[in-house]
Design a protein around this ligand. Structure first.
Ligand SMILES: [Zn+2]
Length: 247
């Protein structure tokens, strides 16, 4: 059962159509053909780019735009990011369906009492809060990504957002670092605030200039946009059937 995936401003697409367009948006030839595919775009910063020196950029932009690489991939290496809004644009829970053999096992909960999977007693255990962020993993090539955070990091961010002294999350002089660590039983994430003035010295990262920041802000999601469309009734019914057959 493939999941439906859309990115951007599109809403209320039937799941099957959304799925098709999700594939289009993630085309691996690097062409960006749809509004949704703009996440992952690269804005070149710095004035040092000589004319004709664009071939490195071709590969970098292609790898950022293609391959469905829309989500921020947090690694063991501490990565600098800039959060672009003071809150998540999409928050949802997902059911984890091990019985799904093809495609993602994670199925967005409808979030309403009539969710067919909740109705048969399956609990939506995975929490997601999605933020637009600029990844400065490669400081020369900042990239717009969707950062899908779990409940622990979401709570830390909420605390900072609500704190007049430390927030808001999108304060102009505020950046964050994030990294993950594989502990015995689970993956643990470490989030830290970084002031713009310390970026260069502590991380060798130049802050985003106003122009780059403006371009990224123009490409952000709106509050209420869905990073992943829920399955329609028919799609849910198939999964319910799958679970029933298996039981
Ligand atoms: Zn549900």
């Amino acid at each position: 059962m493939p999941e439906s995936r859309t990115y951007g401003r599109r809403r209320a697409l039937p799941a099957r159509k959304a799925e098709q367009e999700g594939f289009d948006a993630g085309r691996s030839d690097g062409t960006v053909t749809r509004r949704e595919a703009i996440t992952g775009r690269v804005v070149k910063t710095g004035s040092g780019a000589a004319q004709g020196a664009g071939w490195d950029d071709v590969d970098k932009v292609a790898s950022a735009a293609g391959g469905g690489d829309l989500y921020l991939k947090v690694t063991e290496n501490r990565m600098v990011i800039k959060i672009l809004a003071d809150g998540p644009f999409d928050v949802f829970a997902s059911h984890w369906i091990d019985e799904i053999e093809e495609g993602s096992k994670s199925v967005r909960c409808w979030g309403t009492p009539d969710c067919p999977l909740c109705a048969i007693g399956d609990k939506a255990k995975r929490f997601s809060a999605c933020f637009d962020v600029v990844s400065l993993e490669d400081p020369e090539f900042p990239v717009l990504k969707v950062w899908d955070v779990g409940i622990k990091i979401a709570r830390q961010l909420k605390e900072i957002a609500a704190d007049a002294k430390r927030g808001p999350l999108n304060r102009p002089d505020l950046y964050f670092t994030i990294r993950k660590e594989q502990k015995k039983k689970a993956v643990e994430y470490t989030l830290e605030r970084v002031k713009e003035r310390d970026l260069e010295e502590e991380y060798g990262v130049a802050p985003l200039d106003d122009e780059a920041l403006k371009q990224f802000l123009a490409e952000c999601h709106n509050y209420g946009d869905r990073v992943k469309e829920p399955l329609d009734e028919e799609g849910m019914e198939e999964i319910v059937q799958l679970l029933m057959d298996d039981a």
